[in-house]
Ligand binder design. Structure first.
Ligand code: V47
Ligand code: SF4
Length: 361
């Protein structure tokens, strides 16, 4: 049968999965509104008019990293200008501030530090939990988990168990970049492979740790690579059900080696289409997050009409996107998030990290 948007729409409405060829057809189509309408239909069927957000704070404990991913404007070598590592007192101070501002979650990630001992990470989690046992610690990408396995000498299962005992609540979705080896070898040649990222997530899910999944797009990949990424996530989600949300991350082109190669920022059309196709393809993901830090507030708001049901959070002190030139503000107030969602004709719902509703506005 010939692939058309009408045929895809018929399948989707019957709850039948779209194929890779159909996803490619959608990526190559310029019928943004047709694709968006279908994604919005699927989203409303799952989530009604409710749009989630949470109150969180990012803590990037160190930007010192032994890797040099071509797209990253955040990392520094030890001793380089701008390199920093927060000590536990500073980390505790940030958590206390976050608590006063109503945060329920801390999003904690950093570079792969050449010298910090494993105990630093355990102590960091314990310190944060001692600020308030109710703060959810969403910490360490699969790339950091692999690094911690290396420095602790532990297998992934034993390592995760120790981190859980110290207070880890879930894993963020970073480090996935793009799984396809051909692109990954150019983009971040010495980072763990896509296969290893998926293996670590599978371990985490089987140990009861939820996680998110990201995809960094708009650099060297093509549409087939994005679909390959989606397919591997959908397959893992079929096996474990452990992914809480999918978060597409548009490449921010400033201050990195990749920007020297004149990779331009993504367009609004590409951002909205990618979100909408993610909603259609990833039929086993409940939540598609429009991450306003990288999309910008206005595109993130419009994304709510293209299949997204989560605006992430109030996000205080984000560094990774802002070091790479993201021109969104450093944080959004609760009032502003609520307004963005209401003005999109939706109902704002504050959630916790595990997507339990806390308060409807
Ligand atoms: O892994 C790095 C990406 C990620 C750039 O799980 C860049 O809820 C764009 O994963 N342009 C970290 N992206 C951020 C992240 C994240 C953010 C928000 C929510 C969640 C979640 C996860 O940022 C990295 C990398 O993929 N990144 N540099 C850049 N120049
Ligand atoms: Fe290091 Fe992560 Fe930046 Fe790569 S993306 S250089 S691993 S901080």
């Amino acid at each position: 049968m010939q692939i058309t948007l009408e045929a895809i729409s018929g399948k989707v409405k019957e709850g039948i999965r779209i194929t890779d060829a159909e996803a490619l057809y959608l990526f190559e189509s310029n019928d943004l509104l047709g694709i968006g309408e279908l994604a919005a239909f699927v989203n409303e069927r799952k989530n009604g008019k409710r749009v989630f957000f949470n109150i969180n704070r990012h803590i990037n404990y160190s930007n010192i990293c032994v890797k040099r991913c071509d797209f990253c404007a955040f990392s520094r070598k030890a001793g380089e200008a701008g390199a920093y590592t927060l000590d536990h007192a500073e980390i505790r101070g940030r958590a206390s501030e976050a608590l006063l501002q109503g945060a329920t979650e801390l999003h904690i990630v950093g570079g792969l530090h050449p010298e910090l001992p494993f105990e630093f990470y355990l102590e960091m989690l314990r310190t944060l939990k001692s600020v308030s046992s109710s703060l959810h610690l969403k910490a360490f990408t699969a790339v950091e988990i692999d690094h911690l396995a290396g420095i602790s000498g532990l297998g992934i299962r034993a390592l995760l168990q120790k981190l859980i005992e110290a207070g880890l609540g879930s894993l963020p979705g970073g480090g996935a970049e793009i799984f396809a080896g051909r692109v990954r070898r150019k983009l971040c040649p010495d980072k763990i492979s896509g296969e290893r990222w998926l293996e670590i997530m599978e371990h985490a899910h089987r140990q009861g740790l939820g996680s998110n999944a990201t995809m960094l797009y708009g650099h060297l990949e093509d549409f087939a690579d994005r679909i390959d990424h989606f397919r591997r996530l959908r397959e893992l989600q079929d096996r474990t059900g452990g992914f809480q949300a999918f978060v597409p991350l548009p490449f921010q082109p400033e201050n990195s080696r990749l920007s020297m190669e004149r990779v331009a920022a993504t367009t609004g059309l590409d951002d909205l289409k990618t979100l909408a196709i993610a909603r259609l393809y990833l039929d086993n993901f409940e939540n598609i997050k429009a991450y306003w830090v990288m999309l910008g507030e206005k595109t993130a708001q419009v994304a709510l009409a293209f299949g997204a049901n989560d605006l992430d959070g109030t996000v205080i002190e984000e560094k990774i996107g802002h070091d790479a030139g993201a021109d969104s503000p450093q944080s959004l107030s609760l009032a502003k998030i609520v307004r963005l969602i209401r003005k999109a004709g939706k109902i704002p719902v504050e959630r916790d990290t595990l997507y339990h509703p806390l308060r409807e506005y």
